[in-house]
Write a protein that binds this ligand. Structure first.
Ligand code: HGY
Ligand code: MN
Ligand code: MN
Length: 424
């Protein structure tokens, strides 16, 4: 798409003292530069690029490389750059400002847009606002949203949901502590960034689901974000010879996990709604050898729903089923710390600004919708008004190298974000 200069002309979205105010409504323009936005978005993709996706786990070389490059672009735009102790990267406007952003770390095998889209779009809106004398806009790329160490740890610590001390003790699946990993930040770390300098937070993100793509719509204005519970569970039995140990004498940890999973799926049916999800996404079998009865399995147990009471009921079913399986298979159960975030509702005023901008940019092609994915906005809602908007994920695919979004939809998301931020 060539360089297109737009100014979004409309009451409330483009101040009447703007030089473009006399344009008619159908001449929808936006001062943001779609070319510069897309160029930056494809540039950040290079950090950790693998096939069409990225491998940019928190504190890895590619993650820090991307953060350093984003910091340089923030500085070029005239924003004050600051890394906090967790590695959250801020581009700060002067005085009170609206905060826009997302995260730039990725899943172990991540998509190129998950998080990065929101950070680069925020940067484009902020620098356009500086160029056009618009409102004060700050930018953030939160660290470890993808939970290498837990659940959205960077924004969780920043908004006071998790102490630095507790976070530092969290480990990744390889046993590396967050404290050891964040030491790689080195001299980057500056003074803490006080959340009270921001009037609110708006995050543009890909939907990571099939709703918008299936409906051929461009924009989702988020109404609320589901809650999540996540813990690592270890089942320990007895490692033994796979040829000489009779089946009825085995204390096979993998058989225990297999029985647990089957019973859980059956029992949760009475508790869940169609939108409820639960996942065993990470499994480590020890010693993981063909001729050895598994003595131990360590697995992640994650569940999500929009209702706290249902999350609690699911936890009871999980705990009861674990106890029964452990008893039947002669296994010991070790429960890791229960991590989680409660469901949050978006701020009505900020959401209304997104709705108005969506109606201008994508009339008839936007909808209100909940978020089944978790986002930093959940944590940020602890300390300021928040709102979110989505653009479609092609095929509903995310957390995979195939993740993608049509360029025209990426630009629509940028324009709605700018419109809601009052940048024209
Ligand atoms: O898992 C999530 O929902 C987010 O993409 N980290
Ligand atoms: Mn994300
Ligand atoms: Mn993600």
């Amino acid at each position: 798409m060539g360089r297109t200069r737009f100014v979004l002309v409309n009451e409330g979205l483009c101040p009447s003292n703007s030089p473009w105010y006399f344009w008619s409504e159908e001449d929808v323009f936006m001062a943001v530069s779609t070319e510069r936005f897309l160029k930056d978005l494809h540039f950040v993709r290079r950090f950790g690029a693998q096939g069409t996706g990225v491998v940019r786990p928190a504190y890895s070389g590619p993650d820090l490389g991307a953060r350093d490059w984003l910091a340089s672009r923030m500085a070029e735009a005239g924003l004050a750059v600051r890394f906090d102790a967790m590695g959250n990267l801020f581009g700060l406007a002067e005085g009170q400002s609206l905060l826009l952003g997302s995260h730039s770390d990725s899943q172990p095998t991540g998509g190129w847009l998950d998080g990065a889209l929101g950070v680069v779009a925020a940067l484009e809106v902020a620098r356009t606002s500086l160029e056009t004398g618009g409102p004060a806009i700050s930018v953030v790329s939160f660290q470890d949203e993808e939970g290498r160490f837990g659940v959205t740890t960077g924004s969780n610590v920043w908004c006071g949901g998790l102490t630095q001390c507790t976070a530092d003790a969290l480990t990744d699946h390889a046993g590396v502590t967050l404290a050891a990993a964040r030491a790689a930040l080195g001299e980057r770390v500056g003074a803490p960034v006080d959340p009270s300098q921001f009037t609110g937070y708006v995050e543009l993100h890909i939907e990571q689901g099939p709703v918008l793509d299936t409906a051929r719509e461009q924009i989702g204005v988020v109404t609320d974000i589901v809650g999540i519970r996540d813990r690592v569970i270890t089942l320990t039995g007895a490692q033994n010879h796979a040829g000489t140990t009779p089946m009825h004498l085995r204390r096979d940890a993998f058989q225990g996990l297999s029985a647990f999973n089957a019973m859980l799926n059956d029992r949760l049916r009475n508790v869940v709604m169609p939108s409820t999800v639960w996942t065993i996404g990470h499994v480590a079998v020890a010693p993981n050898a063909s001729s050895i009865v598994p003595g131990q399995v360590r697995f992640s147990m994650q569940w999500r729903d929009g209702d706290i009471a249902r999350l609690d009921r699911m936890q009871s079913v999980i705990d009861e089923t674990l106890a029964q399986v452990a008893d039947a298979h002669g296994l010991d159960v070790e429960l890791g710390p229960l991590l989680g975030l409660d469901p949050v509702t978006m701020d009505a005023a900020l959401q209304a600004r997104l709705e108005a901008a969506a109606e201008k940019v994508a009339p008839g092609k936007w909808r209100l919708m909940p978020s089944g994915a978790l986002h930093d906005a959940t944590n940020v809602a602890r300390c300021m008004p928040v709102a979110m908007l989505f653009v479609p994920s092609i095929g509903g695919i995310s957390h995979a190298f195939e993740e993608d979004t049509d360029e025209v939809d990426l630009v629509a998301g940028l324009r709605v974000l700018a419109g809601a931020a009052g940048v024209a």
